[in-house]
Design a protein around this ligand. Structure first.
Ligand code: GLN
Ligand code: ZN
Length: 806
């Protein structure tokens, strides 16, 4: 590649840090097991950084980014950098910084607490190395558990609308800050020693405060005055180290911000700018909208904007941003895995080159943390589909190409032959994807074109259906059920692994799974549950299982993306029109039903959850893909019904997390998302009972839309909130039946009958008792049978007690 001397510079906001082969994950887990020393872990981190910087330099980026590395989470790094570790941990000076860091991330390691948090707290993603997915929050707020929570991990929550989870800083009126950690500066020195041109990255002070949580009644923005001098000190140190550019991430500029927060930006950046180091203010994930002119006029040396999520704002930003400032355009999609249409990107960039003379940078839209590391390992992918993809490493190449091509445009020189060749390859891939019959299936299109208007409506309103279903199932009051999965035993995992290896044939595998199902049915009958499930033994993961059987999906070998800490997920790729070649769950479910006279609940994953937990097509709106998924699930519902299954659950734990970052987008999204669910469900006759399940989430602001999904029964995670969550449903007069979780499945603790009775009493106070179900919070796949059986027996006993009382 000829190096092109030009004023256009390239950089990235951050790289995935876990490593191409998830080296960091394995090192971390070895360290936590006590098998790898802290020094050795530090060495793994240092090697990864060195490799990742070398990659950036070798691709021709003008800077390497320093500060994107973290052993667990970048926000947690800032908690240490800024000296605000919560006092509740009671850290002592003897504890090393790394030990304190892991204590905040995973909980204090004295007792079962640490493990419970590390394994189960706050992940909502699929495929997380064998964990069921759920969203939880407010662990530290759990009522009446002071003792256990003093050393509980920092709460974890989603990083904007991604599937990455950050550790939530805790703020109180007495919180003070100090420059308390040398790690960032050591990393800068490491990069400098390796001869790199360094751009450091920090999470900006306002986003840091915004993303944290108040642990007392006060306004955390009031801490800004105390925080800014410490940011000033950090910038000063970077300046002393000879760093010219510091990228300061303020993604909250893409949110609907209260006025006080918006105006705080002006004073904060005025103050930080006094340090005299070049600040690149980085925004991403959503349009700036009303914050656009604010972002443009802040006293910083440059502004990075997300040109993928907000291409429509580029022209006005190029006009508004003073000419002496750098404009960094995030032109390569940092949130998805598709190859960039370079011609389209060049068309967007060309006018900016003229406008931003000497001051144009190119980048990915956001940190590449959210995409897998490299395509190089994906030799199992179909070659044509592979040619359509670009993971982090390939995106760096795209930046290099764009820069080279633009240099040609700008300097009116001949575009180097190599560049035009690379552009031609890229162009061919884009064209092949656009025209491919594997992407565009005529049958799917035709079906979509001729959908009847009432496709998303059940035959009768809920009251009619409820009467018919009561007649049919004759369930007792407070009917008991579970959420779907039962313990994924060692036998199940061994059989699956053997089958994958080829050591167990399809018949042998099926026989093992059928036996597991039979075992689960037997246990449920013994326990005395009213509505049974088959237990999901045959499923490794609730999205992958369906994706593997649908047309339009592919799976990568090593397409891991960090979810939190050492946990990575491997999202499926939806590349084309989705359709269902044949039934997916009917055999297993019918087998389970044949073993019992009790109702067997069919178990499906809903369209929005499949969409949210996959990489999705960027060549059609997400709403279209959701509708295609919905039709595929609808076919499965129809087949289950045909096979005599009377109760069918369609899990939708990801509905809430799909909400756009800005309120303005909520209605549109909720319209098509809830319609997709109804399309999937409403093929069911009135006498068929449709359930849905959602994990812990803030439901209160979307209750009308949840009601509009019109599931006959919804089960939700509530036990950790002590049924508080249910109050919203009660106040809203949620019309259909509801099963608030009465036991926390994320902890090995077995709940007693009395405590579940207490929760059910609380539930009965807000929901009409005729509408209440009794069930755990979520699936039980991460638990073992011993504790599960005891807990479920207690749960059934609690339900019986309630029946007697009412
Ligand atoms: N049916 C799924 C299970 O029980 C639901 C999982 C989820 O909500 N995340 O595992
Ligand atoms: Zn759940």
């Amino acid at each position: 590649m000829t190096t092109v001397k030009t004023f256009i510079q390239t950089h990235i906001l951050g790289l995935p840090r876990v490593g191409a082969a998830r080296e960091l994950k394995f090192a971390l887990e070895a360290n936590w097991r006590g098998e790898l020393s802290d020094a050795a872990l530090e060495q793994v981190g240092s090697d990864l950084r060195a490799r990742h910087w070398a990659l950036q330099r070798d691709t021709g980026l003008d800077f390497v980014t320093v500060g994107d590395f973290a052993f667990y989470d970048q926000v947690a790094n800032h908690v240490q950098l800024l000296g605000c570790e919560p006092a509740r941990f009671g850290f002592t000076p003897e504890q090393s910084q790394l030990r304190r860091y892991f204590a905040m991330a995973r909980g204090l390691t004295n007792g079962a607490n640490a493990d419970a948090n590390a394994n189960d707290n706050g992940h909502s993603s699929v495929n997380s190395d064998g964990q069921a997915g759920c969203i939880h929050a407010d662990l530290a707020e759990h009522a009446g558990c002071d003792q256990a929570h003093r050393g509980a991990a920092l709460e974890m929550t989603k990083w904007f609308d991604t599937n990455y989870h950050y550790l939530v800083p805790e703020f109180a009126p007495e919180t003070v800050f100090s420059l308390a950690c040398e790690r960032l500066f050591a990393e800068v020195e490491q990069a400098q020693a390796l001869g790199h041109a360094v751009k450091a990255v920090l999470l900006g002070p306002l986003s840091f405060l915004w993303l944290g949580k108040e642990k007392a009644a006060f306004e955390r923005l009031s801490l800004l005055d105390r925080l800014l001098p410490v940011y000033g000190a950090v910038l000063n140190r970077l300046k002393q180290l000879g760093v010219q550019w510091v990228q300061v991430d303020e993604p909250i500029l893409g949110l609907d911000l209260p006025g006080a927060w918006r105006s705080a930006f002006e004073t904060a950046y005025w103050q930080l700018n006094q340090v005299g180091i070049d600040l690149l203010l980085a925004t991403y994930f959503s349009p700036l909208e009303e914050n656009l002119s604010l972002a443009c006029r802040l006293p910083v040396a440059g502004l990075h904007v997300d040109g993928v999520r907000a291409p429509h704002e580029l022209t006005s930003i190029a006009d508004w941003l003073p000419v002496h400032k750098v404009l960094s355009v995030g032109i390569v999609d940092g949130r998805n895995i598709w190859r960039t249409d370079l011609d389209a990107a060049l068309a967007v960039l060309a006018p900016l080159v003229a406008k931003r003379a000497g001051k144009l940078w190119l980048s990915a839209s956001c940190s590449l943390l959210h995409v897998p590391f490299t395509l190089a390992a994906e030799d199992g992918l179909d070659a044509e589909i592979r040619s359509w993809l670009a993971f982090a490493t390939e995106k760096l190449d795209e930046l290099r190409l764009l820069k080279a091509a633009l240099a040609g445009v700008a300097e009116v020189t001949e575009v180097a032959a190599e560049v035009s060749e690379a552009l031609a390859i890229s162009r061919a891939a884009i064209a092949s994807r656009r025209a491919s019959v594997r992407v565009h299936q005529a049958a799917v299109r035709e079906r979509l074109a001729t959908l009847p208007d009432d496709l998303d409506r059940r035959a009768s309103p809920f009251a009619r259906r409820q009467a018919e279903q009561r007649q049919r199932f004759q369930l007792p009051a407070f009917p008991t059920t579970t959420i779907g999965s039962f313990p994924q035993t060692a036998a199940i995992r061994a059989a699956r692994a053997a089958h994958k290896r080829g050591a167990l044939d399809a018949a042998g595998y099926a026989a093992t799974m059928r036996a597991e199902i039979a075992g689960a049915v037997q246990r449920q009958e013994d326990i005395g549950l009213d509505v049974l499930v088959h237990g999901e033994a045959e499923r490794n993961d609730m999205v992958e299982y369906f994706g593997e059987q649908l047309d339009g999906f592919v799976f990568t070998k090593l397409g891991w993306v960090q979810s939190y800490g050492s946990r990575c997920v491997k999202p499926p790729v939806i590349f084309g029109d989705v359709s269902r070649p044949k039934p997916m769950t009917v055999d297993w479910t019918a087998h389970a039903q044949s073993l019992t006279a009790l109702p067997m609940k069919g178990m499906l994953t809903g369209p929005i959850t499949m969409l949210q937990w996959s990489f999705v097509r960027d060549d059609q709106p997400r709403a279209h893909t959701a509708l295609q998924l919905a039709l595929a699930i609808r076919d499965e519902v129809a087949d289950l019904e045909q096979a005599g299954i009377g109760i069918i659950q369609i899990d939708e734990p990801a509905v809430r997390e799909g909400l756009p970052l800005r309120r303005g987008g909520w209605d549109g999204y909720l319209d098509w998302a809830t319609r997709a669910f109804r399309v999937a469900a409403s093929v069911a006759a009135d006498r068929t009972q449709i359930h849905t399940h959602m994990c812990y989430a803030e439901f209160n602001d979307i209750l009308p839309q949840i009601a509009a999904m019109d599931a006959d029964v919804i089960t939700i995670e509530t036990s950790r909130s002590d049924m508080e969550l249910l109050r919203g449903f009660g106040a809203f007069r949620y019309p259909n039946e509801i099963g608030p979780g009465v036991y926390d499945i994320h902890s090995p603790r077995v709940p007693g009958r009395a405590e579940m009775v207490r929760l059910l009493d609380k539930a009965s106070a807000v929901i009409p008792v005729g509408n209440l179900w009794v069930n755990p919070d979520c699936g039980l796949k991460t638990r073992d049978w011993t504790e599960t059986e005891v807990a479920l027996r207690n749960m059934v006993a609690a339900a019986r007690e309630l029946r007697q009382r009412h």
